[in-house]
Ligand binder design. Structure first.
Ligand code: SF4
Length: 454
């Protein structure tokens, strides 16, 4: 790779190299899979749908079921209305979902298909549902698509009856099924009744039974999505991912919300637990206090290895901010924080975080790519790179250890079962980070020093 100045690379307007994001529909498909007996439907060409399914399957190592409007030349010229009509009939007849969640693609957005009008015209069987959201990939990212799909479910389904169901609505953010399980464990421990939308646990982390289930047991139930309008409060985790959908529910049904960062690291998890305690008025159970204490003890143990280490972090905005918050607690310096998802809020929140820990001379940038990150790392090296698989070649080129966290991780297994949220998640992050630093030291030290370590 040639050495450009960071300014030259940052000022590039014409092209993205090694993007730190993917298509909007990938996120929409993921959100739709988190609804029970829902079939995500891609309104566009088969190629888009195949790519998006493949992307999810490579990360989760599970089949990602979805259907397509299968546009051909005719639909590209005259619009995809008749394709959608035929698709809906075939899908309800053959695959028997309870709900079809349609998302658009670049092609249908460019044609200008009016999905609202098209869906009104479709003969949806009694007791079944069809919802949609717009996901043009030439703006936003998979995170935007995820948010839009969650908002789509609320727009179509959620209702306010005026009688509270005494539940909270939990919006989990773009996280793995392992994280969603961890949220549920904490909510149950705190005795808080909830509906989580979406919930991909039990869908994309199913056990081997020897039998293919088109619709696994997990996912948010449709009556629970309808009932979101009667929730007493929304907790929206992930300011960029969840707050817009919480606002949609507030506007539609008057459910007030509290938006907070993903509960990653000590302080952010404390905040989440305190918010739950505020709702339940219950004592915090010993098992949670114990986990927190274990985490703090581990942080003290590993401090000599983490303190002062410079780290570059890339990925989805809320995840990058969560990881940054935790590495700062470990005494590390998040030298570079980048996301491919646009949004000024990311840079603002990142800078607030840096200011709080009195860390200076770091760069936080949204709507950019890994080419810029690589250039910055060339100009000033870091000790560690944290992000998804697409950082692999940069890590190798710069001889920096890569800790795989976030989305997508396509060259490793099991990660999506392991939470990064909560105290348990922070313990896992601490383990991954420390082991990467120590493995690097072991592989770069003299043989005699290695013997001392052993
Ligand atoms: S056409 Fe758009 S939605 Fe389809 S794969 Fe390409 S960028 Fe993604």
């Amino acid at each position: 790779m040639l050495n450009y100045t960071t300014k030259e690379v940052a000022d590039r307007k014409a092209l993205t190299i090694n993007p730190a994001k993917t298509c909007q529909p990938v996120g929409a498909m993921y959100a739709a899979l988190g609804v029970h007996k829902c079939l995500p439907h891609s309104h566009g060409s088969q190629g888009c749908c195949a790519f998006h399914r493949m992307f999810l399957t490579r990360h989760f190592k599970e089949p990602a079921m979805a259907s397509s409007s299968s546009f051909t030349e005719g639909a590209s010229v005259f619009g995809g209305g008749s394709n959608l009509k035929t698709a809906a009939k075939n899908i309800f007849d053959l695959y028997k979902p309870d709900i079809i969640a349609v998302h658009t693609t670049c092609l249908s957005e460019t044609i200008g298909d009016d999905l609202n009008a098209l869906i009104i015209d479709i003969d949806v069987p009694e007791g079944k549902y069809m919802v949609h959201c717009n996901t043009p990939s030439y703006k936003g990212s998979h995170v935007t698509g995820f948010t839009n799909m969650v908002s789509g479910f609320i727009n179509y389904l959620s209702k306010k009856t005026g009688v509270s169901n005494e539940k909270i609505c939990l919006m989990p953010g773009f996280v793995n099924p392992g994280d969603m399980r961890e949220y549920k464990r904490l909510l149950n421990a705190m005795k808080v009744d909830y509906t989580m939308l979406p919930d991909t646990s039990g869908v994309l982390d199913t056990p081997m039974t020897g039998k293919f289930e088109m619709y696994p047991k997990g996912g948010t139930q449709i009556p629970d999505i309808i009932g979101l309008g009667d929730c007493k409060k929304t907790i929206a985790l992930g300011l960029q991912t969840s707050e817009p959908s919480a606002e949609v529910l507030r506007k539609k049904c008057g459910v007030e919300y509290e938006a907070m960062p993903l509960p990653m690291g000590v302080e952010m998890t404390d905040k989440f637990i305190m918010a739950l305690q505020d709702l339940s008025k219950e004592e915090i159970p010993f098992e949670i206090e114990e986990e927190r204490g274990q985490l703090v003890d581990m942080m003290l143990d590993i401090h000599p290895y983490t303190y002062g280490k410079k780290v570059a972090i890339f990925g989805d905005p809320d995840t990058v901010l969560g990881i940054a918050a935790f590495v700062l607690e470990l005494g590390m310096i998040p030298k570079y924080m980048i996301t491919g998802t646009p949004g000024a809020a990311f840079e603002k929140k990142a800078n607030e975080l840096l200011e709080k820990f009195a860390v200076t001379d770091c760069v936080a940038k949204a709507d950019t790519d890994l080419f810029l990150l690589h250039q910055m790392m060339k100009n000033e090296k870091v000790d560690l790179l944290i992000g998804g698989t697409h950082g692999k070649t940069i890590a190798r080129a710069e001889d920096v250890p890569l800790v795989r966290m976030g989305f997508p991780i396509i060259d490793r297994y099991i990660h999506s079962y392991m939470p990064l949220v909560g105290y348990k998640g922070a313990i896992r992050m601490a383990e991954l980070i420390t082991n990467a630093i120590m493995d690097y030291q072991d592989s770069h030290c003299d043989e005699k020093d290695l013997e001392v370590v052993m």
